[in-house]
Design a protein around this ligand. Sequence first.
Ligand code: SAH
Ligand code: DHB
Ligand code: MG
Length: 222
Amino acid sequence: MNTDDTIELLREIDAYIEDLFDPSDEVLAAALRDSRRAGLPKINVSPNQGRLLQLLAAMAGARRILEIGTLGGYSAIHLARALPDDGAMISLEIDEHHARVARNNIARAGLTDKVEIRVGDAHELLGSLTEDNEGPFDVIFIDADKEGYPAYLDASLRLVRSGALILGDNTIRGGTVLDPQEATAQATREFNERIARDPGLTGIILPLIRERIDGLTVARVL
Ligand code: SAH
Ligand code: DHB
Ligand code: MG
Protein backbone atom coordinates (compact mmCIF):
# COMPACT_ATOMS: atom_id res chain seq x y z
CA MET A 1 0.00 0.00 0.00
CA ASN A 2 1.41 3.44 -0.86
CA THR A 3 1.53 6.42 1.51
CA ASP A 4 -1.57 8.13 0.11
CA ASP A 5 -3.62 4.94 0.51
CA THR A 6 -2.38 4.56 4.05
CA ILE A 7 -3.31 8.13 4.97
CA GLU A 8 -6.72 7.68 3.35
CA LEU A 9 -7.27 4.51 5.37
CA LEU A 10 -6.21 6.33 8.56
CA ARG A 11 -8.73 9.10 7.77
CA GLU A 12 -11.47 6.50 7.31
CA ILE A 13 -10.51 4.89 10.61
CA ASP A 14 -10.61 8.31 12.31
CA ALA A 15 -14.08 8.93 10.84
CA TYR A 16 -15.20 5.49 12.01
CA ILE A 17 -14.07 6.25 15.56
CA GLU A 18 -15.68 9.70 15.41
CA ASP A 19 -19.01 8.24 14.29
CA LEU A 20 -18.88 5.65 17.04
CA PHE A 21 -18.03 7.91 19.96
CA ASP A 22 -19.00 11.42 18.99
CA PRO A 23 -22.79 11.69 18.72
CA SER A 24 -23.56 15.16 17.38
CA ASP A 25 -23.42 17.79 20.07
CA GLU A 26 -25.05 21.14 19.35
CA VAL A 27 -22.69 23.07 21.61
CA LEU A 28 -19.52 21.76 19.98
CA ALA A 29 -20.94 22.08 16.46
CA ALA A 30 -21.96 25.68 17.19
CA ALA A 31 -18.52 26.45 18.63
CA LEU A 32 -16.88 25.33 15.39
CA ARG A 33 -19.47 27.08 13.23
CA ASP A 34 -19.07 30.42 15.03
CA SER A 35 -15.28 30.09 15.01
CA ARG A 36 -15.37 29.72 11.20
CA ARG A 37 -17.80 32.61 10.83
CA ALA A 38 -15.51 34.80 12.90
CA GLY A 39 -12.62 33.92 10.60
CA LEU A 40 -10.60 31.89 13.08
CA PRO A 41 -8.11 29.43 11.55
CA LYS A 42 -9.24 25.82 11.41
CA ILE A 43 -6.55 24.56 13.79
CA ASN A 44 -8.65 23.34 16.71
CA VAL A 45 -8.16 19.76 17.91
CA SER A 46 -10.20 17.12 16.09
CA PRO A 47 -13.41 15.74 17.67
CA ASN A 48 -11.64 12.48 18.55
CA GLN A 49 -8.74 14.34 20.07
CA GLY A 50 -11.11 16.54 22.03
CA ARG A 51 -12.73 13.44 23.40
CA LEU A 52 -9.32 12.04 24.29
CA LEU A 53 -8.42 15.26 26.14
CA GLN A 54 -11.67 15.09 28.09
CA LEU A 55 -11.06 11.45 28.96
CA LEU A 56 -7.47 12.08 30.06
CA ALA A 57 -8.55 15.00 32.26
CA ALA A 58 -11.29 12.88 33.83
CA MET A 59 -8.86 9.98 34.39
CA ALA A 60 -6.44 12.39 36.07
CA GLY A 61 -9.28 13.50 38.38
CA ALA A 62 -8.55 17.06 37.31
CA ARG A 63 -9.96 19.87 39.44
CA ARG A 64 -7.72 22.60 38.00
CA ILE A 65 -6.77 22.74 34.33
CA LEU A 66 -4.51 25.16 32.46
CA GLU A 67 -4.60 25.56 28.68
CA ILE A 68 -2.02 27.50 26.67
CA GLY A 69 -3.65 28.59 23.38
CA THR A 70 -7.48 28.99 23.49
CA LEU A 71 -8.42 29.84 19.87
CA GLY A 72 -12.25 29.54 19.79
CA GLY A 73 -12.50 27.44 22.93
CA TYR A 74 -13.20 24.11 21.23
CA SER A 75 -10.60 22.12 23.19
CA ALA A 76 -11.42 24.16 26.32
CA ILE A 77 -15.06 23.00 26.20
CA HIS A 78 -13.93 19.35 26.09
CA LEU A 79 -11.44 19.79 28.92
CA ALA A 80 -13.80 21.82 31.13
CA ARG A 81 -16.50 19.17 30.75
CA ALA A 82 -14.21 16.81 32.66
CA LEU A 83 -14.18 19.12 35.70
CA PRO A 84 -16.27 18.53 38.82
CA ASP A 85 -18.76 21.23 39.89
CA ASP A 86 -16.14 23.10 41.90
CA GLY A 87 -13.42 22.65 39.25
CA ALA A 88 -11.78 25.51 37.38
CA MET A 89 -9.86 26.11 34.20
CA ILE A 90 -7.67 28.97 33.00
CA SER A 91 -6.94 29.31 29.28
CA LEU A 92 -4.32 31.71 27.89
CA GLU A 93 -4.75 33.46 24.53
CA ILE A 94 -2.76 36.25 22.90
CA ASP A 95 -5.44 37.30 20.40
CA GLU A 96 -8.29 39.40 21.79
CA HIS A 97 -10.58 38.44 18.88
CA HIS A 98 -10.01 34.71 19.46
CA ALA A 99 -10.69 35.22 23.17
CA ARG A 100 -14.00 36.99 22.45
CA VAL A 101 -15.18 34.17 20.19
CA ALA A 102 -14.09 31.61 22.79
CA ARG A 103 -15.94 33.39 25.60
CA ASN A 104 -19.16 33.23 23.59
CA ASN A 105 -18.67 29.56 22.76
CA ILE A 106 -17.89 28.76 26.39
CA ALA A 107 -20.96 30.69 27.56
CA ARG A 108 -23.19 28.70 25.21
CA ALA A 109 -21.66 25.54 26.68
CA GLY A 110 -22.71 26.73 30.15
CA LEU A 111 -19.09 26.77 31.28
CA THR A 112 -18.52 30.47 31.98
CA ASP A 113 -18.28 29.88 35.72
CA LYS A 114 -15.57 27.28 35.24
CA VAL A 115 -13.39 28.72 32.47
CA GLU A 116 -11.42 31.95 32.72
CA ILE A 117 -9.72 33.20 29.56
CA ARG A 118 -6.71 35.45 30.10
CA VAL A 119 -5.56 37.56 27.20
CA GLY A 120 -1.86 38.19 26.67
CA ASP A 121 1.39 36.55 25.71
CA ALA A 122 1.39 33.15 27.39
CA HIS A 123 5.05 33.51 28.36
CA GLU A 124 4.19 36.55 30.47
CA LEU A 125 0.90 35.16 31.77
CA LEU A 126 2.66 31.95 32.86
CA GLY A 127 5.23 34.04 34.73
CA SER A 128 2.42 35.81 36.59
CA LEU A 129 0.65 32.54 37.36
CA THR A 130 3.86 31.25 38.96
CA GLU A 131 4.64 34.47 40.84
CA ASP A 132 1.10 34.70 42.15
CA ASN A 133 1.17 31.04 43.23
CA GLU A 134 -1.91 30.15 41.20
CA GLY A 135 -0.84 26.55 40.77
CA PRO A 136 -0.74 23.71 41.07
CA PHE A 137 -2.71 22.44 38.10
CA ASP A 138 -3.73 18.81 37.54
CA VAL A 139 -3.66 19.01 33.73
CA ILE A 140 -1.82 21.46 31.48
CA PHE A 141 -2.58 21.43 27.74
CA ILE A 142 0.07 23.18 25.63
CA ASP A 143 -1.26 24.26 22.22
CA ALA A 144 -0.01 27.79 21.40
CA ASP A 145 2.91 28.86 19.15
CA LYS A 146 5.16 25.86 18.55
CA GLU A 147 8.42 27.81 19.00
CA GLY A 148 7.30 28.45 22.56
CA TYR A 149 6.91 24.78 23.52
CA PRO A 150 10.27 24.34 25.32
CA ALA A 151 9.63 27.46 27.42
CA TYR A 152 6.02 26.40 28.02
CA LEU A 153 7.31 23.08 29.32
CA ASP A 154 9.64 24.87 31.76
CA ALA A 155 6.79 27.04 32.98
CA SER A 156 4.43 24.06 33.22
CA LEU A 157 6.87 22.14 35.40
CA ARG A 158 6.65 25.01 37.92
CA LEU A 159 2.86 24.84 37.92
CA VAL A 160 2.06 21.14 38.45
CA ARG A 161 1.55 18.76 41.33
CA SER A 162 2.76 15.19 41.52
CA GLY A 163 0.51 13.00 39.34
CA ALA A 164 -0.42 15.85 37.02
CA LEU A 165 -0.54 15.49 33.25
CA ILE A 166 1.31 17.72 30.82
CA LEU A 167 -0.13 17.41 27.30
CA GLY A 168 1.34 18.86 24.11
CA ASP A 169 -0.56 19.15 20.83
CA ASN A 170 1.01 18.95 17.35
CA THR A 171 4.11 17.10 18.42
CA ILE A 172 4.53 15.02 15.25
CA ARG A 173 3.61 17.71 12.70
CA GLY A 174 3.22 15.53 9.63
CA GLY A 175 6.42 13.72 10.55
CA THR A 176 8.52 16.88 10.25
CA VAL A 177 9.83 16.32 13.80
CA LEU A 178 11.73 13.29 12.47
CA ASP A 179 14.05 15.56 10.49
CA PRO A 180 13.26 19.14 11.48
CA GLN A 181 14.00 21.79 8.85
CA GLU A 182 12.07 24.67 10.40
CA ALA A 183 12.19 26.36 13.78
CA THR A 184 8.70 25.11 14.68
CA ALA A 185 9.54 21.46 14.04
CA GLN A 186 12.88 21.91 15.83
CA ALA A 187 11.19 23.35 18.92
CA THR A 188 8.59 20.59 18.93
CA ARG A 189 11.33 17.97 18.68
CA GLU A 190 13.17 19.59 21.57
CA PHE A 191 9.94 19.55 23.62
CA ASN A 192 9.46 15.82 22.95
CA GLU A 193 13.09 15.01 23.76
CA ARG A 194 13.02 16.92 27.01
CA ILE A 195 9.87 15.12 28.08
CA ALA A 196 11.44 11.78 27.18
CA ARG A 197 14.65 12.54 29.10
CA ASP A 198 13.25 14.26 32.19
CA PRO A 199 13.53 11.75 35.05
CA GLY A 200 10.59 13.50 36.72
CA LEU A 201 8.22 12.68 33.85
CA THR A 202 6.81 9.50 32.31
CA GLY A 203 5.73 10.22 28.78
CA ILE A 204 4.66 8.97 25.39
CA ILE A 205 3.58 10.45 22.06
CA LEU A 206 0.28 9.27 20.62
CA PRO A 207 0.29 9.54 16.82
CA LEU A 208 -3.03 10.96 15.61
CA ILE A 209 -4.60 11.48 12.24
CA ARG A 210 -5.90 15.00 11.54
CA GLU A 211 -5.58 16.93 8.27
CA ARG A 212 -2.19 15.30 8.30
CA ILE A 213 -0.50 12.91 10.67
CA ASP A 214 0.11 14.63 13.96
CA GLY A 215 0.56 13.67 17.59
CA LEU A 216 -0.28 14.38 21.21
CA THR A 217 2.51 14.17 23.76
CA VAL A 218 1.25 12.89 27.11
CA ALA A 219 3.45 13.11 30.20
CA ARG A 220 2.74 12.35 33.85
CA VAL A 221 4.61 14.17 36.60
CA LEU A 222 6.12 11.71 39.11
N1 SAH B 1 -6.49 24.77 21.76
C1 SAH B 1 -7.27 25.27 20.62
C2 SAH B 1 -6.37 25.60 19.45
C3 SAH B 1 -5.28 26.61 19.75
S1 SAH B 1 -4.56 27.26 18.26
C4 SAH B 1 -8.27 24.19 20.21
O1 SAH B 1 -7.84 23.07 19.97
O2 SAH B 1 -9.46 24.49 20.10
C5 SAH B 1 -3.26 28.21 18.95
C6 SAH B 1 -3.71 29.49 19.66
O3 SAH B 1 -2.57 29.99 20.37
C7 SAH B 1 -4.16 30.61 18.71
O4 SAH B 1 -5.43 31.09 19.09
C8 SAH B 1 -3.10 31.68 18.90
O5 SAH B 1 -3.61 33.01 18.81
C9 SAH B 1 -2.59 31.39 20.30
N2 SAH B 1 -1.22 31.88 20.57
C10 SAH B 1 -0.18 31.93 19.70
N3 SAH B 1 0.90 32.43 20.31
C11 SAH B 1 0.54 32.71 21.59
C12 SAH B 1 1.22 33.26 22.71
N4 SAH B 1 2.49 33.63 22.65
N5 SAH B 1 0.53 33.41 23.86
C13 SAH B 1 -0.78 33.01 23.95
N6 SAH B 1 -1.46 32.49 22.92
C14 SAH B 1 -0.82 32.35 21.75
C1 DHB C 1 -1.38 24.83 13.72
C2 DHB C 1 -1.46 25.02 15.10
C3 DHB C 1 -2.12 24.10 15.89
O1 DHB C 1 -2.21 24.21 17.23
C4 DHB C 1 -2.72 22.98 15.30
O2 DHB C 1 -3.34 22.09 16.13
C5 DHB C 1 -2.64 22.78 13.94
C6 DHB C 1 -1.98 23.72 13.13
C7 DHB C 1 -0.69 25.83 12.88
O3 DHB C 1 -0.24 26.85 13.45
O4 DHB C 1 -0.62 25.63 11.68
MG1 MG D 1 -2.87 22.43 18.12
